[in-house]
Design a binder for this molecule. Sequence first.
Ligand SMILES: O=C(O)CCC(=O)C(=O)O
Ligand SMILES: [Fe+2]
Length: 232
Amino acid sequence: MIPTDDHDWARAADDLDERGWTVLPKLLDPEQCAATAALYDHETAFRKQVVMARHGYGRGEYRYFAYPLPRLVAGLRSALYPRLAPVANRWHERMGFDARFPEEHGDFLDRCHAAGQGRPTPLILRYGPGDYNCLHQDLYGEHVFPLQAAVLLSSPGEDFTGGEFVLTEQRPRMQSRAEVVPLGQGDAVVFAVAHRPRAGSRGDHRVNMRHGVATIRAGRRHMLGIIFHDAA
Ligand SMILES: O=C(O)CCC(=O)C(=O)O
Ligand SMILES: [Fe+2]
């Protein structure tokens, strides 16, 4: 159902190692995007709604899915994870972090759930004119899978303008650098949750990464977020 075989995973792994993010073009087709965005109004599919302005997170809102996840969301989460686990393990080794990740997502979730991180983190975000998402990191407890994915469900230029996906990285003792990630409808961005290793002249060091969304100028923008660790 989720055609992850079509993607160039060797290139994706190289992008991730070099800059901490990659784009998987057309991970979902327009019908899958529309059907997923339409889930937003099915209140019973979700465990929690967050109005971002109430928490100082930005402006706009999002909803975390409840278990069981919709088929497409569950399918994406379990299909992407095994492609990313080798990158995650390499990153942890290079950053000197102890945790290593199993090959299958279910085994990693068992570890999260046993540690009290049992609430699902996949979400849909919805933005209108003037909305934005402040730079942040999606950390929900001790157990962290270091990569996450997000799929643009709306069509830029058609459904909305503005609303660019932004990543920043901060190297130790240096100023932050920003990247704008070009996304079309159905494209997924895969990116570092909080840290990534970077090769420097004196070996690897850890850089700090955050992501957010620039102000939506017009229209409505829906995004599907796939986070692999669950929440406490
Ligand atoms: O709306 C966006 O592009 C940001 C999504 C996001 O923050 C996430 O998926 O964690
Ligand atoms: Fe996020």
